[in-house]
Design a protein around this ligand. Structure first.
Ligand SMILES: [Mg+2]
Length: 280
């Protein structure tokens, strides 16, 4: 019996749910239900690879309609819905399109809330340097095919998903140009980011929110090593406060979380079943 996308099995699509839910789905819903029933509660979710299938370029990625439906169903049952993403926070809001949510963007460095974008004080003074660094790198890397530059507000990314063999060249060039201008370089799975030297990652953002809001139930979902600090922060919050925390990993993420699901379609299925369970 395939695992409805949950666990190690090949899984079914969200459109072929069997009459009887798989044991893995039932277990996942029970864990999420028990965590989110502890109020105040929060769901922290990554976007790319978690709610949207990975795409060659950021602008081609779209949130699965089923994921959005599930988040909307869950929203009234929890106290905080927070999207934790490497995208700019306002870009994340445009992509997910749920107003009643908090968008923590640029890996924890900025926040979008109810139409207002909040960036670290003073970060705008790096805009000129970032612009010059981007222009220099476009020139230096002009001979490398398949690269995609993305403006991220606090910095910019150079994606090489279409040209993985260019990783070393891109990283070296970015590190040289950034160090000359007092900027930082963050190496990700299929891109590098050059950004203003601001602090913060997904973990510190989660811990701050969990602490400020006194969260008693926390669910964290992610698919990538950049989500690891968020998982660790949630566990740290549980250790400090006794809150109930459940981690959900998507795809081949290692080490697996408390629940491991196959792909964004399985995330949608899990969240929708959890929302229905909380309605009862
Ligand atoms: Mg991701």
């Amino acid at each position: 019996m395939p695992g409805l996308g949950i666990g190690q099995g090949p899984g079914l699509s969200v459109l072929s749910v069997a009459a009887e839910p798989a044991p893995e789905l039932t277990r996942g819903v029970t864990l999420l239900h028990d965590a989110l029933a502890c109020r105040p509660s929060a769901l922290f979710s990554d976007i790319d690879g978690t709610l949207s299938p990975l795409a060659e370029t950021p602008e081609r990625a779209t949130v699965l309609p089923g994921c959005r439906t599930s988040l909307l169903a869950l929203r009234p049952r929890i106290d905080l819905l927070c999207l934790l993403t490497g995208r700019p926070a306002d870009d994340a809001w445009r992509m997910v399109g749920i107003d009643d949510a908090l968008y923590v963007g640029n890996h924890g460095a900025e926040v979008w809330l109810q139409g207002e974008l909040m960036r670290p004080a003073g970060s705008e003074r790096y805009d000129g340097r970032l612009g010059r660094a981007s222009a220099t790198l476009r020139l230096v890397l002009a001979g490398v095919p398949g690269l995609v530059f993305e403006d991220k507000g606090l910095g910019f990314a150079i994606h090489y998903r279409r040209q993985p063999s260019a990783a070393g060249t891109v990283r070296q060039a970015a590190e040289r140009v950034a160090s000359e201008r007092g900027l930082q370089v963050l190496v990700r799975s299929a891109h590098v980011e050059v950004r203003a030297p601001v602090q913060g990652d997904k973990g510190s953002a989660l811990l701050r929110l969990a602490d400020r809001r006194g969260l008693r139930g926390v669910v964290v979902i992610g698919d990538d090593p950049v989500d690891a600090p968020a998982f660790a922060a949630a566990r740290e919050h549980a250790k400090r406060t006794g809150a109930t925390v459940v981690t959900v990993t998507v795809g081949g993420f290692r080490p697996p979380g408390d629940i491991q699901v196959r792909d964004p379609a399985a995330v949608a299925e899990l969240l929708l079943a959890t929302a229905r369970s909380l309605e009862r």
